[in-house]
Design a protein around this ligand. Structure first.
Ligand code: C5P
Length: 293
């Protein structure tokens, strides 16, 4: 997360995330699922500006008219909960410029909420403890706490228990964002629990060794077949990326509950070449993205 001072406030860049591994361990009494996931941030950013509002009000403007800007928006939820928990009388005028597509499995809304928490803690000079910020983060959404600790972490529980993990070299990806979105809740509702869950160990070992071939082979997402059943048009994206595994990519996967897919490349040049080929297929928006250590 990148925070910069601007006139009267702060600008915060909220990164997208990719899941390089996602296993579902079981269903919980609260309706959520216990999971184990390896998440990485990448350099595709929403931009938030936070400007102090002495009236005490919290307001949001967004350049995407399809998104709610009231109490349903995770940014407003995060800001209100931080305001309540801290007791501050200060307010903020927030503007949100979206670049991360919604319903893509890239956690744009969660990242926006995390950026709001971290930015407002600084703007309002609250010096909240990490525990307080994480508690509010988890109450806003399962993926929010991860963004305080990225760029790479193993996430457990319903996603809110975050163990940062070191990487030593940048990871380069080609990212395909199809024009259709997938509902996270619908995907989780339809997932079949595995009898023998896979473990994240192989992925962590590959990261530790810097072995991108092994990492590509270890990519795994339990939710991918579920999303592809709910949205059959995603099969073409899966196939196009899988067709580049070997010559250009080390592996490919759907991120989170979809609909975005990524391919892991050995270097930036391979990712750029994969993007060039994929862009001709009309599958959706194609980009090269990087996770920097
Ligand atoms: O926590 P968040 O609001 O991002 O989750 C969206 C939906 O995804 C939840 O309402 C739930 O249906 C599902 N979910 C789940 N288990 C998780 C995370 C999300 O069942 N660990």
């Amino acid at each position: 997360m990148i925070v910069r001072p601007i006139e009267g406030g702060l600008e915060v860049l909220a990164p997208a995330k990719l899941n390089l591994f996602l296993e579902i361990l079981g269903k919980r009494p609260d309706g959520y699922h216990d999971l184990e996931s390896l998440m990485v941030t990448v350099d595709l950013y929403d931009t938030l500006t936070l400007v102090d509002d002495p009236s005490g009000e919290v307001t949001l403007r967004c350049d995407d008219p399809s998104l709610p800007t009231g109490p349903d928006n995770l940014v407003i939820k995060a800001a209100q909960r931080l305001k309540e928990s801290s007791g501050t009388t200060r307010g903020v005028a927030i503007t949100l410029n979206k670049a991360i597509p919604a319903q893509a499995g890239l956690a744009g809304g969660s990242s926006d909420a995390a950026s709001t928490l971290i930015g407002l803690d600084r703007l309002w000079d609250l010096q909240s403890s990490p525990e307080t910020l994480d508690q509010i983060a988890a109450s806003v959404g399962s993926d929010v706490a991860f963004f305080r600790q990225g760029p790479v972490a193993v996430c457990r529980g319903r996603g809110e228990i975050v163990e940062p993990w070191p990487i030593f070299e940048p990871l380069h990806f080609v990212l395909v964002c199809p024009p259709v979105g997938v509902s996270t809740a619908a995907v989780y509702r339809n997932v079949v629990l595995p009898e023998t869950p896979r473990g994240v160990g192989e992925v962590l070992e590959a990261l530790e060794l810097g072995d991108l071939t092994k990492l590509g082979r270890s990519l795994f997402n339990r939710l991918q077949p579920v999303a592809e059943r709910l949205e059959p048009s995603l099969g073409a994206v899966e196939a196009a990326l899988a067709g580049l595994v070997g010559p250009l990519l080390n592996g490919s996967l759907m991120s989170g509950s979809g609909s975005a897919y990524f391919g892991l490349a050995s270097d930036r040049d391979a990712a750029v070449e994969a993007a060039r080929r994929l862009a001709t297929l009309g599958l959706g928006r194609v980009r090269v993205v990087t996770c920097d250590p």
